[in-house]
Design a protein around this ligand. Sequence first.
Ligand SMILES: [Zn+2]
Length: 616
Amino acid sequence: MNPFFLKILFSIGLILLINSALQAQTNRYTFEVDLKKVKDDKLQVTLQTPTIPKSEIVYCLPKIVPGTYSIYDFGRFATEFQAFDSKGKKLKVEQIDSNRWKIAKADKLAKIQYWIEDTFDSEKDNFVFEPAGTNIEEGKNFVINTFGFFGYFEGMKELPYELNFEKPTGFFGASSLKNTKTTATNDRFESGTYMDLADAPIMFNKPDTTTLIVGGAKILISVYSPNKVLSAKFVGENISTTLNAQKDYLGGKLPIDNYAFIIYLFPNMSKSGSLGALEHSYSSMYSLPEAQPEYLTQVIRDVAAHEFFHIVTPLNIHSEEIHYFDFIEPKMSKHLWLYEGVTEYFASHVQIKSGLYGLEKYIYVLKEKMNNASNFRQDLTFTELSSKCLKETADQYGNVYEKGALIGLCLDLKLHKLSNGKYSLRQLMADLSKEYGKEKPFKDEELFDKITKITGFPEIRQFFADHVEGTKPLPLKEVLGSVGISFDEEKESKRFGLGNIGLGMNEEKTGLIVSDNGEMDEMGKEMGYQINDRLIKINGKALDLQTAQEMIVDILQNAKDEDILTVEVERTVDGKKTQMELKGKMKGVPDVEKFAMKADPNATSEQVALRKAWLR
Ligand SMILES: [Zn+2]
């Protein structure tokens, strides 16, 4: 953009701002942001304030937002905070802390202005994980996590919000928020309360979107892929099966009628170094690497399944701590086993239930969770982990996705066993949604008793007392045994490998190649791997990136000494690509297998029937 052009845009923007300043004050927050006026990587936020019935008021940006379980202090990113009366005269402002500004003569207040710097490329300490962050990339992309830009006056979170954006021509603002006015260069979004506003991110860029209809609900997918590696269409095709499976899992109907998947892809590594997403009631915000689509298929499916299942909990089942969320001094609920644990359990259980996973793959997923959970503190109760996760137990938070999911597993299997396969965790969630719901929170203290009452099983109360409020190890052997899956925490076994080679992705990121053959074992030498050999088939089965891991694990787990391993590779010899078959005799290394699980071939018909009820 040349400077002359910028000048014209600037004056048009100015006229619009003056116009809106003349509008009468109402009982709502009216915000304005001009996305075409980026200055020093910042955007200016203007608020036409609602009428303030007090002589002094405090304006807040959140210290923390729901779903993140970390303190981010979004006020850190605001600068040049100014307040004005209706004649444009400045009012006295005192900054109380990172997130709050006290404004004098608030009954005269008409306008607030400040600049927001984005978090994605921030050099500040305490980096904001991207799905909860903000992005200002002039002319390209804007990630407006609303809580990062817009605040509220203390005691006035319930007023409605109106957000007005000026945007570059051709830009689209993807959000679950109601868009009440859209033109080529403007968007107006409206929401009920601050809680609703903070629950809905917006992403602006040149559109790449697609819409799916799942169980009558309209699902928007919006993708920002700077190098056009991934498309919304691909994501849509990829997650449509999972979403439909989730709909069936929830009894054929979804508790929402619209939803948005908002996906930002990093061309290189994201600054946080991680990928992931943040859930909201009607949308989820993703930050993923811009890798080859094949590589991302399972990741997107898993993450999307998890985030989408949050429409059950916390959306429809949550405690008062979440319902009346305090953005400055939050109290944490003790039920993260429910919000994150059950959600994570459902996200993989739905995949075996709908046939996307086989039993082997599902066991592998569970085993990973058990392994990961074993690295966290065993002397900490899950309720304490939850309620103190902002401070004392922050380093244990990751366990909500590991042990949390295993609590879900145990609970589901216990309910199946106690009811002879007639009642499940899914039904319990449906019953809890009916009992509570979006507008009716439960009291943190009453939930375990309520669940016991709904299910009618006192054993369930004991389960919570022992394993969620207490530190007794989860009864994995017992619950898995009830569905005919043997479980040993440690089992002597033999470990097999492909020959102790390193595997990596080829340059085109379309296949697996041998990346290291420096420390091959006896079999590896017999096979004669060479660097850059591309793996085509193993034991006659074609290898593709999506299923490679599962296939190799399957082969190695079922291997015996003296088995012949055949690997067909593509090798470049004298500049020519040739395919050849490598063979070697397998030899296991004595090993202790942790968390060994296997479908028991001698399971009783009762166990098999219960397994079917659980997995079909
Ligand atoms: Zn989650």
